[in-house]
Design a protein around this ligand. Structure first.
Ligand code: HEM
Length: 491
């Protein structure tokens, strides 16, 4: 079997550097945000004394930080593989990172100095009602930070759109529509292009909606006479939030499509109608499924909530099925030589698939009425974010480290991988069981009956943090050790 760690010659040093900067920034933030996660679980388990106002600040940082870093890491993966097929702008990629970092500083300032603790969902009109807990400038700093990050991603997607349209002649062609709806000549774009086209379509719509409501919230903050219909605002926020976090999966999954073939020596078959049809179907459904976040809002039009339930059963499914099926067929009897990167990528297909099951359960209206504000919800999204998206990200980083850094296995790989799986399943399991036991979501203080789930959650969370620390240190260590060798290997 050929060596999976062959550098890609289409990318020069400066292209690799920007991807490295994306992944490195995301990795550092991941460790920090995981630490915040463990602190919250320790506080809920009465093992650490955290004042409630600080609990909600930490919750706000953890939520916005995790969603942001997942977006950044996904964008790094997408950029790396898309760049091999279309021309992308380096200055735009760096601008996105710069705006991201400025946004992070403003968010940290808004939360730590300004006291903002209204969660990453900034539900209108909450930012304007700090009730003495946070200042107006704190809320404004948080919102402006989000806005800058959104603008950065918008620029990036406009650039990927430009590149795809230039190379393939249109977004429909980027999704492989001529081959999907007409004669399949076998010349559909590669999976990385199809996925990037889908992501740019949905994320552009989501980001515009998010930016619009952030601006309206900012105006409302300083001119309270300017008001927005709160239900409209909630729809805009959840449309943005749902699409953005889903896009992180659709960007990161490109690593699975592009790297599992290298590990197995088999191609990922993307030029067929089933694969193309799945991506087109998910493009539409990801846009219209978001009302499943508003099932408890009795003022929502009934048809929207019904649509939210039905589409939840089908939304992610097409892409998920083609990915899981593709991963199984490509791995089966391939004679793959397992290592950390391959293991994490295979784990990610499992984590994503398994995580959608409790998500679908929660999207059923009758279940949602009981479970929605319980820990069942963090249970399902941590499942596919931690064991799905983050496994894709860490898998890609492990592959990058060995390809461009110092290429060697380590005796720490297997223990770190096992700890990550064990800790991840335990953390998610405690959220889900806590939800079944009726533990409310986003509570700083618990009744005694809920405490054990939090304590075990803190334990498993600490295992995940430890494993991730090893993986991230390996990533940085490989680059530091292999700095000299990279250019020679690529040349
Ligand atoms: C060591 C790993 C992690 C731990 C210990 C952890 C812990 C927590 C805790 C305790 C909460 C609050 C739950 C509640 O009471 O409602 C939470 C919320 C959340 N977590 Fe994590 N988490 C981890 C990893 C992740 C990852 C990898 C992501 C995404 C990439 C993530 C995204 C979120 C989001 C979006 C929220 C919701 C915040 C909100 O309700 O406003 N977490 N997490």
């Amino acid at each position: 079997m050929s060596n999976p760690y062959q550098p890609d010659t289409e990318l020069g040093r400066s292209e690799r550097q920007v991807v490295l900067a994306y992944m490195g920034t995301a990795a550092v933030l991941l460790l920090l945000m995981m630490t915040f996660g463990v602190i919250m679980r320790l506080a809920q388990g009465n093992l650490l004394d955290v004042r409630p106002d600080w609990f909600y600040r930490i919750l706000t940082l953890h939520g916005s930080g995790m969603v942001g870093l997942a977006g950044l890491a996904g964008a790094g993966i997408m950029w790396y593989f898309l760049r091999q097929h279309v021309q992308l702008s380096l200055p735009v990629a760096w601008t996105n990172l710069a705006l991201f970092l400025i946004g992070v500083v403003l968010i940290l300032g808004g939360v730590i100095a300004g006291g903002y603790a209204g969660a990453w969902t900034f539900l209108y009109p909450l930012p304007a009602h700090g009730m003495g807990v946070w200042s107006k400038s704190g809320a404004a700093s948080f919102l402006v930070g989000l806005l800058l990050i959104g603008v950065g991603f918008l620029l990036l997607h406009l650039d990927t759109a430009r590149g795809i349209v230039k190379r393939y002649g249109g977004l429909g062609k980027g999704l492989g529509w001529p081959q999907l709806f007409g004669h399949n000549d076998g010349n559909a774009p590669p999976a990385a292009v199809v996925a990037s086209t889908m992501v740019l379509i949905v994320n552009t719509l989501g980001l515009v909606s998010g930016a619009a409501i952030v601006v309206m919230s900012l105006v409302n903050l300083y001119f309270p006479a300017f008001q927005v219909d709160p239900l409209l605002a909630k729809n805009m926020i959840y449309f943005f939030g749902h699409v953005f976090i889903n896009a992180t999966i659709y960007m990161s999954v490109i690593a699975v499509y592009s790297l599992l073939p290298r590990y197995t020596g088999r191609p990922w078959k993307s030029s067929n109608k089933v694969f193309l049809g799945a991506w087109t179907a998910s493009t539409l459904m990801v846009i219209i499924v978001y009302p499943h976040h508003l099932l408890m809002d009795f003022a929502m039009p009934e048809w929207m909530t019904v649509m939210g339930q039905i589409i939840s059963y089908t939304s992610g499914l097409p892409v998920l099925v083609v990915t899981a099926y593709g991963a199984i067929t490509i791995l089966y009897r391939s004679g793959i030589r397992w290592d950390l990167g391959a293991g994490l990528l295979a784990l990610s297909a499992f984590g994503w698939a398994a995580g959608t099951i409790p998500a679908m359960v929660d999207a059923t209206i009758t279940v949602n009425q009981v479970m929605h504000n319980t820990l069942w919800v963090p249970g399902h999204f941590h499942f596919y974010l931690l064991l799905g998206v983050m496994a894709m990200v860490l898998g890609f980083m492990s592959w990058m480290g060995r390809t461009y850094g110092q290429g060697a296995r380590s005796s720490l790989d297997l223990p770190a991988f096992s700890l990550y799986v064990l800790g991840g399943l335990g953390l998610v399991g405690m959220f889900l069981l806590g939800g079944v036991a009726g533990t409310p979501r986003r509570y700083a203080d618990y009744l005694q009956a809920w405490v054990p789930y939090a304590q075990w959650g803190a334990f498993f969370g600490a295992l995940v943090l430890l494993a991730t620390t090893v993986l991230v240190l390996r990533f940085f260590g490989q680059f530091l050790a292999g700095r000299e060798a990279v250019d020679a290997r690529v040349a």
